[in-house]
Write a protein that binds this ligand. Sequence first.
Ligand code: MFK
Length: 152
Amino acid sequence: MTAAFQDFYPDEFSHCYGCGSQNPQGHHLKSYWDGEETIARFTPDAKYSGGVPEHVYGGMVASLLDCHGTASAAAFTYRALNREMGDGGDPVRFVTASLKVDFLKPTPMGVELVVRGKLRSIDGRKVWVDLSLTGNDGICAKGEMLAIRLRT
Ligand SMILES: CCCCCCCCCC(=O)SCCNC(=O)CCNC(=O)[C@H](O)C(C)(C)COP(=O)(O)OP(=O)(O)OC[C@H]1O[C@@H](n2cnc3c(N)ncnc32)[C@H](O)[C@@H]1OP(=O)(O)O
């Protein structure tokens, strides 16, 4: 089975509620390559409802974009450096500096959501990632992230 980007985060940095393997209460989001883009799939539990039970609340949508975006920034950077995650070199780690979310339509509950990341640009430690979240009837949200590479 293919390892997810998050599987390569060092344990001491894997406590994120959205994607950390060391957080037993968290969502454990997993991000992968899909050609030149990145992809993650997630089906929120019914307790993450928005105004009505049929819709997912916006914080969950933003959280999925957030975690997939930083993982994608790391993956894009490894690829740009012609490196592999887990290659034994200095780990490439990112945090979110800025995340803009456009909520285009309600996100449906009870279906698998698909989150995609596309590299816009890499400028030194700054990586811009374009994000989208799709339900069963098209794109529900779009995001723009500026991720910053942590100094090692
Ligand atoms: C840890 C590894 C695993 C992580 C996995 C889980 C991640 C899940 C996603 C998250 O939820 S991350 C948590 C939410 N994010 C944070 O808590 C980050 C808080 N902010 C910081 O720690 C610092 O502000 C940050 C590391 C982002 C930047 O501080 P630095 O001192 O390293 O860099 P600096 O302030 O010099 O900024 C670097 C460049 O980015 C630019 N920049 C920083 N913040 C910006 C911003 N908000 N908007 C636009 N540009 C920004 C800044 O202008 C500068 O541009 P230039 O190089 O061109 O001069």
